[in-house]
Structure formats: structure tokens, C-alpha cells
Design a protein around this ligand. Sequence first.
Ligand code: FES
Ligand code: MG
Length: 590
Amino acid sequence: MTGSPPFKLRSRAWFDNPDNIDMTALYLERYLNFGLSLEELRSGKPIIGIAQTGSDLSPCNRHHLVLAERVREGIREAGGIVLEFPVHPIQETGKRPTAGLDRNLAYLSLVETIYGYPLDGVVLTIGCDKTTPACLMAAATVNIPAIALSVGPMLNGWHKGERTGSGTIVWKARELLAAGEIDDAEFIRLVASSAPSTGYCNTMGTATTMNSLAEALGMSLPGSAAIPAPYRDRQECAYYTGKRIVEMVAEDLKPSDILTKDAFLNAIAVNSAIGGSTNAPIHLTAIARHIGVDVPLKTWEEHGLNVPLLVNLQPAGEYLGEDYYRAGGVPAVVAQLIQHGLIAEGAMTANGKTIGDNCRSAVIENEDVIRPFDMPLLASAGFVVLSGNLFDSAIMKTSVISPEFRERYLSNPNDPEAFEGPVVVFDGPEDYHARIDEISTGITPATLLVMRGAGPVGYPGAAEVVNMRPPAHLILDGIHSLPCIGDGRQSGTSGSPSILNASPEAAVGGTLALLRDGDRVRIDLMRGTADLLIDDAELEERRAAFAAAGGYRYPASQTPWQEIQRAVVGQLGSGAILEGAEAYQRIAQT
Ligand code: FES
Ligand code: MG
């Protein structure tokens, strides 16, 4: 049992406020009404919220409904009172038009909940892609003691003796189906095999990435991110998370004590070492902006590009979530990075110790799954940050460039790491799906595919559609990927080396809007440039004509939130947050 903290808990303003006995009585009466006793409410025990992201609509996080029972027991054991409440659901694969639309909405509602109710601390139940950033962004804004509990990845998927990774297998199965190598029934079997249990995607997609980064940031217990959802260790972790949040309240250990610049730099290094998702820069930028820490996109290249790839998980490697956990998870990765000076060891974490103290002596249990620093899968695994006349910023995940891709596009000795070609442009995913296999689009192995109208405004929330498979006739000829460029996102489970998150997007007048089929585009990874090869005068002419014609046309909003978000959302390069919300930081700070 933790003693009372040496300061007044914020929940006392609701339940024990002699200055406002009228309201105090009203609050007390209704919270008593569902079963809490007056003694409990007036005891001075901290009130801990469980922000519940699991529901039938969110299968990836649904296991949190079970885990929350153990969290409650931990909270009570440590002397806290529990109030559990729902978070707006975000299911990556279930939400139309895209779950990207919901991160900021869940953020907004969670800020209102944590700020507006009598909570002294909160357990954030994270998991499926955007639940993690939504929760961390809200905790950053409100800034009461907060700890994240991951739901954990699914068990490994298997099909005919081979690991099938959630998400990643879908991209492969689509190619097999397009090439006529499997039928519809086998397609479904293959895809379903990759999701054998409760939990989030077992690949190094956005979910495993963001849960690993929540731990690397220090916002969850050390060693907790990789525990598979159904394992008993996951239940235990839920219990200890509940116990710990009560202590954090007593210690007044807040997100602002944990989410420091060092914490973000650590997370960026870890992201490279795990082969993390291209969604990570968007979400980390958003969290950083809400806590008030400056992490410009270039930081990802400066601190992340030359960090080696150590974790051998699909899509960049071969293994899955269970293997990652058994090999040592995040602490084993961090220990390797510590040995090479890539971690700021003094960064504070949720358990009250520094990341250095938590992870320094962690060992790798399987060197095929987590490689020692000196035997990496790749020497540099981060993101290249590109800019030019095509956009102000976009990123490319170099760790997923296949030998085939490298051979075809990046092997000119006179022009290393650069390629150029004519573009074929698609306006949104519907246009792409309608025309990709038509011969008349004129796609050849030299073509660069461009996806526009897929950014936070154009396809509200930004769709994960930039990784485009080549037309079926090219796949039959053995061409498995073409360079892709776009203003949308791409699934972290995709192994495509796309140039994505381009900002500004076409819908707000970015140069992608001016592209025409056949224009030549040049990408130089060494110099970090991406340019449309026409002269400046013609580019300006096009821009003027485009503006005069009314700008880029995108589909009308279908819901009120789409319209509201479109009016205030920023670009992917700066985290795609609700721009006005940044003014509200650490609002519960006393
Ligand atoms: Fe939810 Fe992948 S779809 S974690
Ligand atoms: Mg996704």
C-alpha cells in the first residue's frame, strides 16, 4: 500500500472540496450511486482511470476487456480506486474510410475525459495502430500520471509450415491472386491463418512498432511491449501496471517527466533497430508536439538512418511476435544500442528508473531473431527524409528495399542511389484499383507510380495506399515492385520501399497535384531530393492554371467529423495533428 502523496490529489476537488459543498455533494451522490462508498471517495485514495480501447468493434484491442480485470486488482492492491471508461474505438482494418480519421478524434475525446473527470492517474490500454498514439497524445496534453499497457501481439500465424504474418501476408496473397497462382478460397485461408489469436498484428507493423516505441519512450513497464496477448505474462504485466500507476500518482511522475527530448531520440534509434513502421514519424511527431518537445522530421534521418536493423521480423525479416518476445523484446534491443552509445541512458521511465538501469544488462535469447549490434540484418535501417520541388518532406524506409528493387533502380555506378522515370498518376485508391491492370495506363518496368489525393485532407485522415502493386501483366513478367510515391501513408506491414507521407499533399496544393502522366521525376536518396524534371517557369505556369481552375478536387466529406478535421488538420510531415490543439499543453499541471 502506497502512502498518501505529499500534495492534494486533483480528484479531491470533486469529492472533498469544502469551498464548494454544493457541487461536492452532487458529485459524491452520483459516484456513490454505482457502488463506491463515501469512505472510499473521501479516503484520499487516488482515483485511477482505465482508458479502455477494447470493444467488439476493436478486435485487436478486445483482450483489454479481460486484462482490465487484472489492472483493477493491481490498482486496488496498491490502494487506488478504479474508474474504467471507454475510448472512441479505432480498428485499423475495420473503419471506413480509414482509421487515420479517428486518431485525432479519439485523442480529442480522451483529453476531455481525462481532464474533465476526477482522475489522478490513468492506465492507457494501447495496441492496434492508432490507439497507441491517440492515448499517448492525450496523456501528453493533459499531463496527469499515465502508464501504457500494451494488449500484446497475436500468436504467430502458420500456413503449410511457414510463418504467416498479419498484414504482410495480405500483400503477398494479393500478388499470388493477381498472378492466378491461388484461388479465392486459398486467398482467404492464407490471410486468415495470419491472425490465429487475440492481440494485434504479429508483424513489425505499426502496432508492434508503436507498442515498442511506447516502451522505448518510457511510457510502459520495461519488457512489456512484446509479450503476446494470450500469454500468462501479459496478465501479470496488467497487474503490475495497475500497481505501478498508483505509485506514479504518489510520486507525481507525469508524462512531461518521461516524454523528454532524450526519450524521443531513444525511440527514433529503437525504431530503426526494430525496422519500425513508416507511420512512426507521424505519430511520434504528434506526441512530441502535444507535450511541447521539438522533434523535426530531419531528426529521424540524423538519429535514425545509420542505426542498424537488429530485429528480424516480417516485413523486413522472417520472424513474428512470439519470436520477438522470446528473443528478449525491447530491452534486448535497447541493451545493444546502449553498448554503442545510441541511447540516452538517463531518460526516466514509468517504473521510476532510467531506461539505462532498466535495459543495460538485458540479453538476447535468440541471435537469429534479435541480432547483436555487430551482426545486423542491415547496416542502416532508418528513414531517408526527402525534399525537393515535389514536396517539402517525404520519407522512405530503406530497410525494405529488396535486392530486385536495388538491382533495377539503384545500381547505376555513375549515379548511385538515384533513379528517374516517367510517372503514371492515380487520384486516390479507387482510381488506382479501377485502372491498375488496364494496359492503356501504359505502365512499364520504368514507370514510377504516383498516388495523390490520399493525404490527411484529400482522403480524410490519410489512407494507407501508397504501396501499389504493379499491374498483373508485369507481375507475370517477374516485376514485383515499382517505385511508388504518394501523399498518403502505407501500412507498416507492407514491405514496399515507397516514398510516402509527402507533405504538402495534393489536396492543399502540393506539387503532386500538378503532375501529369509521362512527366519525369528524379529521386536521389544520397542527396535526399525528389524533383519533377520540368523548368521552374513551366511549373509556375502549371501552378497558376491549377489554382485558377479551383485547385485539387477531392471527394466531399461524408460525416461531420471529416469536415471538421479537414478544416484544422496539419500535414503528415508535422504529425497530422489538429493544429489548434497544440496550444493546449500540460493542462492539468498544478
Ligand atoms: Fe489492429 Fe494490425 S489491424 S494491429
Ligand atoms: Mg495500418
